[in-house]
Each structure stands twice: as structure tokens, then as C-alpha cells.
Design a protein around this ligand. Sequence first.
Ligand SMILES: Nc1nc2c(c(=O)[nH]1)N[C@H]1C(S)=C(S)[C@@H](COP(=O)(O)OP(=O)(O)OC[C@H]3O[C@@H](n4cnc5c(=O)[nH]c(N)nc54)[C@H](O)[C@@H]3O)O[C@H]1N2
Ligand SMILES: Nc1nc2c(c(=O)[nH]1)N[C@H]1C(S)=C(S)[C@@H](COP(=O)(O)OP(=O)(O)OC[C@H]3O[C@@H](n4cnc5c(=O)[nH]c(N)nc54)[C@H](O)[C@@H]3O)O[C@H]1N2
Ligand code: SF4
Ligand SMILES: [Mo]
Length: 691
Amino acid sequence: MGSNEGVNTICPYCGVGCGLTLIAGEEPGDVRLQPWFEAPVNEGSLCIKGGASPQVVDHEERLKEPLIREGDSFREATWEEALERIVTEFERIEQEYEPDAMGFFSSSKVMNEENYLLQKLARRYGTNNVDNCTRMCHASTVYTLRQSLGAGAMTNSMADLEEHGDVYWVQGANPAEQHVIAHSNYFRQATLEGATLIQIDPHANKTTRDADIHLQLKPGTDIPLLNIAIKTILEEELYDQAFIDERTRGFDHLEATLADFDMEAAADICGLPLEDIQEAARIYAEADNAAIFTGMGMSQHHCGVDNVQNEVNLALITGNLGRPGTGVNPLRGQNNVQGTCDVGAMPNVLPGYQNVDDAEARASVEDVWGFEVPPEPGLTNVEISNAIGEQIHGLFVMGENPVMSEPDALEVEARMADLEFLAVQDIFMTETAEFADVILPATSWAERGGTVTNTDRRVQLMRPVTDVPGNTRHDLDILCELGTRLFGDGFDFDGPEAVFEELREVCPIYHGMTYDRIGFEGVQWPCYEEGDQGDQYLYAEQFDTDDGLGVIRGVRHQEPAEVEDDEFPLVLTTARLEEHYNTGTMSTRSPTLSRKTPENFVDVHPADAAARGIEDGEYVVLRSRRGEIVLEANVTEDIKEGVVWTTPHFADARANTLTNDVLDPLAKIPEYKAAAAEVEPVSESPASADD
Ligand SMILES: Nc1nc2c(c(=O)[nH]1)N[C@H]1C(S)=C(S)[C@@H](COP(=O)(O)OP(=O)(O)OC[C@H]3O[C@@H](n4cnc5c(=O)[nH]c(N)nc54)[C@H](O)[C@@H]3O)O[C@H]1N2
Ligand SMILES: Nc1nc2c(c(=O)[nH]1)N[C@H]1C(S)=C(S)[C@@H](COP(=O)(O)OP(=O)(O)OC[C@H]3O[C@@H](n4cnc5c(=O)[nH]c(N)nc54)[C@H](O)[C@@H]3O)O[C@H]1N2
Ligand code: SF4
Ligand SMILES: [Mo]
């Protein structure tokens, strides 16, 4: 494939799903990039990550050969040896324990077809213990949106929100840096043309530059803030009575929950003037079309489900759903996190969000698959990690890096070391792969094809542009080979399109799609029949709940699971940088992306810094009950007083050494966004004296 023909494909980083054109050079892996001006989402624009994306393709540290552990290091192995080792261990674990002793991590960095095959493989093996990074990401959002509205996805889409939205209520999300092109090409355009942006975030960032109002709340106080907004709307009769009567249920419960709610006291909890929150609420309620954007600042709390429910409450009482320019919109994270969930790589649902404990749904899938699916939901990924040494003895990780990404990372490391068998399939040696028994080298996004689904529910085709390096194999081919070796049949596919054809059969929302139809434009789901065009926005007539009504449910403030005390008097929250990506496996290897911020840092408010004798730019120790890291202090008013803010991107100063692994009881998402912490100059830390 060494021709100079450009190939249109999709950016491998975030869920916006920007298209770009890749051109293969003379050498394998040598790839250049050109704008794809007709790309449906971005019309040629790219952010710094998209622009630098070819830099990881021919990176010298790409995994090129299968590796097998020998003592404390690894030796190169043949594919035959590596795959046989996995088959032997899978069979041993099944015989010695049961299929539920294995866990499978699927990947939002790989194609729909590949995730479909991994969840099929897990279920054929006999377990529903299969999950993906959504669990750490928008699990609570997906849970609430499914329960209260119907589907776990954005209710509206980017172009629709730009065209029709008058007010954007952006809570716990930073689209200007995390969904750059969605912001620059859509939302920012709308603000320039008069739309009002209200931002609710403890940290000022690039989104703040376009915000008309920034409510800099204390982390973990989003429920009281929204309750103030809702109570103001109720008291001032700014709600939409007709919409509440015709399209919702539960309004009484909300009224009762807020009957004795004290707005002054709640504003104190948020650390904000009451009047500022009320003013924002009036602007939202009085808009023709107001849209909510919700991100990790809402979902990653032990009350993540309730956080998002309160956003749904706000939207439902004001009738801001089921119309253009409105809705509750989670901008999805990874390039294929929407698709990974759509195709059933989750412990509780089959492809197309059909519940695994619903016998009828199981039967419809079993008809096509020809084997029985276990009827009980499995464990989520953080539960799988927590059960290592007890229920779980073996783990297969495709394209995730839990040693970096899961909370309370030192514990995660200890448990990984306790596994009887760990196989990792990745493009780079990761912190997790260091613990593996077998490492399988996968091809990268530029070397293979398949479909990915963006945050607009748009299914798009990725296309290969360059040759396969070294002895790597496509994720799809590895899974087909492994499935065939394990089970004999059901995994013999001639490329991604053949897998997609089977996926359509079992996934109703994708049923009307074919590779031909997807073409260069993509197709949005729901797409039940071949003629369906998909929807720009959902719920025009009714919600997708049992009775067609949207569910209102009042919620009350819950403090973060860990609150400040004398020893740990600050609140730690963690979030992202524009130029880095998740656990840093790709972005820290990209010269362009690591230039601006080569290492981790912590934002400290000037008053907190002064109280501790911390100077801007000096190294400090950041501690929580679970661990400590040494990193540079960035003294800045961007962060609220009493709060410290750092990033999860860097292995050398790993934020997740500090975070709390408490979970939302329903969505099982960890509380990455609030833990008690302390920061001090390096010299004052007894533990770092030996460094
Ligand atoms: N550049 C870049 N882009 C990315 C990624 C990346 O790593 N880098 N990752 C992708 C992925 S996987 C995801 S999920 C998305 C995530 O995109 P976002 O949802 O924007 O995620 P974060 O940056 O983690 O957090 C968003 C904001 O929440 C704020 N916050 C922290 N605590 C609280 C709180 O208690 N309440 C409120 N209201 N806000 C709070 C933070 O200060 C931050 O500004 O981005 C995707 N895009
Ligand atoms: N403290 C803190 N922790 C967090 C968060 C936070 O806000 N704060 N955010 C959470 C969120 S939202 C998320 S989504 C998770 C992300 O957590 P993870 O999913 O564990 O992290 P990633 O870095 O996205 O890992 C993706 C892996 O896929 C590999 N990869 C890339 N392309 C391919 C491919 O084609 N094939 C294969 N097989 N592998 C490939 C990459 O090298 C990388 O190792 O982190 C969570 N952790
Ligand atoms: S916005 Fe997201 S999809 Fe678009 S170029 Fe940037 S990282 Fe890639
Ligand atoms: Mo994410």
C-alpha cells in the first residue's frame, strides 16, 4: 500500500470524530497528513492532537513482536507460542475455577468490529465480565440517560446545537480543550453569534474565555448548585407546565425534595454567591432553546448518577428536551467509546443495549451466535480489578491501561501482580503490560480499517493507509485467531466488513447500516432499517422509557466520600490538558504534544500556596491517604481556593496514586474528581527525604 493516494480516515484521539486524509510515504509507517475538507464533522479542521496523530504511527517504541514473560523481563516469542499460551491459560482457569474467574477489558481505542468480537469471545467463554473505559468515564451519565430518557448518548448533535442553541449550560466539561473541534467549529461559533455560555467548573480553562458566566464552585457540590437553580425556577414560575404535564413524571417528587431546601446554606456549600447561581438559572430557563453539556466533572463522583439526574431534572422542567438546540449532552471521550458500548462490550448489556438479564434479548442474540449467553450481568472493570485474587484469576486487556487509569493505583498494581495470568494487547509497552505474562503487538489505527462511532452517534469508516510494521497483527485478526483456537467456530471472519454484517444482525440500532451506506458521510444511529437516516436529535414525540415519559427525580446533596480534615485540608480534583491524552501512552510519545507540558504539575491557589510557603514553579509533594507524588507547583488563581488540580496523563507523577476508589453504587464509576489532599514543599515531606 505504498502509493501516494490519500486515504480518508478518522482521528484516533477523541470522540468528536474528525476526518483527516493520510498519505503513505516510501517507508512503511511513514505517514503524512492532509486536511480532508469534505469530512462530515470537521470539514478539514483539526486540533493539535489530530494534527500530530501520525507521530505515533512509526514511533520507534511501537511493540513489534509478541512477548512472553521470563522472570522479571520479557523475551520475543512467535505468534504460535503466544496464542497457545493464552489458550492454555484460559482453559486452565476455566477448569480450575469457572469462566467468571476471567475478566476482559475491551477498548475504546479500537474498532466496533473488534470490540464486538471481544465481547462475543468473553460470552462464548462463559462470562459477562467484559467492560471498557466508559466505566471510568460516562458510566453514570449513560446510566441516568437510559433510566430517565431512554438512550445512553447525546440527545442532540453538534451541528444541531450550533444552529439552534441559545444558551449552553456547560457543567464539569471543558470542550475548548477536550473536544476542541466541537467547540471551535460549532459551540464557539454560536457564542460569537450571540449564544450565551454558562460554565460551572472549579477550574478556569480555555472554555472560560468564551463563557459569559463562570460559576467556580467547590468540587463535588453540583447537586446543591443545581438544586438552587431548580428551586429558583420553581419559585419564579419559569418552568414549562405543559411539558411537565404531557411529557414527564415525578415532578411532585422534585417539589417535595426541595420543599425545605435552604438556598442560602446551599450556596455556602458551593462556595458561591447565591445570586450568581440564580442569575444563571434565569438565563437558562428563559432561553428559547437551552442545551446542557455534561462531562467528567459531573460523572466522576460517587453521586455521579444523581449529579446527571439533576441536569435531567433541570432540562425536563423547562421543556428543554426533544427539540433542536436543547437536551442533555455528554460529549463522549475516546474516538470509539460510544461504539464500544453500542456493540455490547459491557457486563450488563448485549449489542444495542439489550439487557443481558432479559431472556428475550438473549434469545435473539443466541439465535445468531449459536451458543448460550450467561444470564447474570458480569463485573465492571473496576470491580474486576478489585476482585483479583478472590473471584478473578485471569485478565485479558485489549487497549486499556488500568495501572495508570484506575483509582488508587498502588493497590491496582499490587492486584495486577497477584493475577495468575495477564495478557495485554496494545501498540506500546504500557505500565499495565509491565505486569503481563503475554503481550500481543497490535497494528495501529493507520494500518487497519473498521468502523468507529463518534459522540454524535455517527458511525464512520476508518481506512488503512500504511503497511503493518514488524510482526504486528490487527486486533480483529488476533481475536478471530484466538476465538477459533478456543472454540473451533464462530470467529472465522474474512475482515471487518464480514464482522459488521454479523453485528448488524444482533444490534437493532445498527441494523440498517452497511459499509456502502456509511461511505464517507457516516450514518447516525438509531438506524433500524436501511432507509433510516438516523436522528439529529432524540425524543421529538416521546421518550424511550416504558411509558414514554421523561423521569424527574429529586436528589439531595451528598458530600464526597472523603472530605477535608486537619491532615488533608484541601480537595484534590483531576482533569485533562488540551495537548495530552488519557494515560499518555500516545501523547507523551509525540514530540509536538509533549513540548508544552513535558511533565505533571499541580495548580495551587495563591492563598493556599502562601499559607504553605510554596513558590510558583517549585517542586512540591502532593499527598492523599493513599499515596504521594512529587511534581511542580503552578500557583494560579485559575483554581478555586482550597482546591488542588492535577492531571492523569503522566506515569512519573501518577495522579491515580492519590485518588479514591469509592464507586457510585449504581453506575460503579470511581470518584476521580474529589479526594482529601495536602500539598507542601518537597523538603518538608519526611517520606521524600530519601529521594
Ligand atoms: N485533550 C484531550 N482531549 C480529550 C481527552 C484527553 O485526555 N485530552 N480525553 C478524552 C476522554 S476519554 C474524555 S472522557 C473526555 C473528557 O472531557 P471532559 O469531560 O471535559 O473531562 P475533564 O477534563 O476530565 O473534566 C472536565 C472539567 O471538570 C472539572 N471539574 C473537576 N471537578 C469538578 C466538579 O466537582 N464539578 C464540576 N462541575 N466540574 C469539575 C475540571 O476542572 C475540568 O475542567 O475528553 C476526551 N478528550
Ligand atoms: N485521575 C483520573 N483518572 C482517570 C480519569 C480522570 O479524569 N482522572 N479519566 C478516566 C477516563 S474518562 C478514561 S476514558 C480512562 C482511560 O483509561 P484507559 O482506557 O486505561 O487509558 P488510555 O490511555 O486511553 O488507554 C488506551 C490504550 O490503548 C492503546 N491503543 C491505542 N490504539 C490501539 C489499537 O489500535 N489497538 C490496541 N490493542 N491498543 C491500542 C494505547 O496505547 C493505550 O495503552 O481514564 C480514567 N482515569
Ligand atoms: S477534536 Fe478530537 S477528533 Fe478532532 S482532531 Fe482533535 S482529537 Fe482528533
Ligand atoms: Mo473517558
